[in-house]
Design a protein around this ligand. Sequence first.
Ligand code: ATP
Length: 324
Amino acid sequence: MTSTAPRTPQDPPAQPSAGPALALTEVHKTYGATRAVDGVSLTVERGEFFGLLGPNGAGKTTLVEIMEGQRRADSGTVAVLGASPWPRDTALLPRIGVQTQTSAFFVRLTAREHLATMAALYRCDAAAAERALATVGLTEQGGTRVDDLSGGQRQRLAIASALVHDPELIFLDEPTAALDPQARRSLWQVLRDLKGQGRTIVYTTHHLDEAEALCDRVAIMVAGKVVALDSPARLIAAAGPTTRLLVPADRLTPERARAVEGVDRVTEEGGSLVLETTEAGRVLAAVDAIAGLQGVQTRTASLEDVYLELTGTGTGTGTGISQP
Ligand SMILES: Nc1ncnc2c1ncn2[C@@H]1O[C@H](COP(=O)(O)OP(=O)(O)OP(=O)(O)O)[C@@H](O)[C@H]1O
């Protein structure tokens, strides 16, 4: 909160300083013997959609809380929109938006009243609430009590709460968790629109497809460290041009599959043999000649493969993934 006059929808978002949205150097944070954040350095450019990925306990929440100014790093430097978030910088707070946990809603209010209350806390005028409702596609539900919103609508309201004061930098923590596929996809469009407005978004998710579809760059964290940082496309390309052919297991023996020229590796997955190759056309032709192609599926590398490889839960076949 600031002592400035209420902002109006006509006010342009504050763009006071150039330079990156976030700049972290050698940030450490330990809890007792646990190294929650273990020497993280990264930069997020303005307007970037930046994903933070990693398994449970990797340190994502701790890192985000440090960036938001909710936690103090033990060591290292943190610059958020050119300022230090710790100790709490009241000039910085209106410039960043943090997705509210749905448990922190004013449940007895309507969606519109909830946002109007949030807007008032930031000394924004009432039109700000209406604008945020529209941004997340909730205008029609504005008169619905928060209690009565669906899960997807609540998630939208959580995002609207982070936007209501028109921040430059937005932190979103698993905004599509627990949504059905349709609701997820429609929320993606809301997020793309936010990026289209030039906002910087730091996005924590466990959905790899989502990170691949939305993020300009992702950092993958494991045990407090960033183990990969690049665009999804570059991470996937660096993982190698491996294609996986899934052949119904009753059509081909592993021995026969291994003997096919161009097959690098054969494993079993569910009811399928998985043939890994960098020569998909050649191997497909051979499989066709041996067993036919009915039921055969091909899968090229995805961000999920890269992620599973780096987090130690993959098949161990990836190669050459670039480290930061
Ligand atoms: N307040 C705390 N006190 C002690 N240990 C903590 C605290 N907060 C987190 N940790 C520990 O620090 C490590 C990193 O936790 P953190 O919540 O940052 O990970 P995360 O990547 O966000 O996990 P998740 O995906 O489950 O949310 C974990 O080992 C966790 O148990």
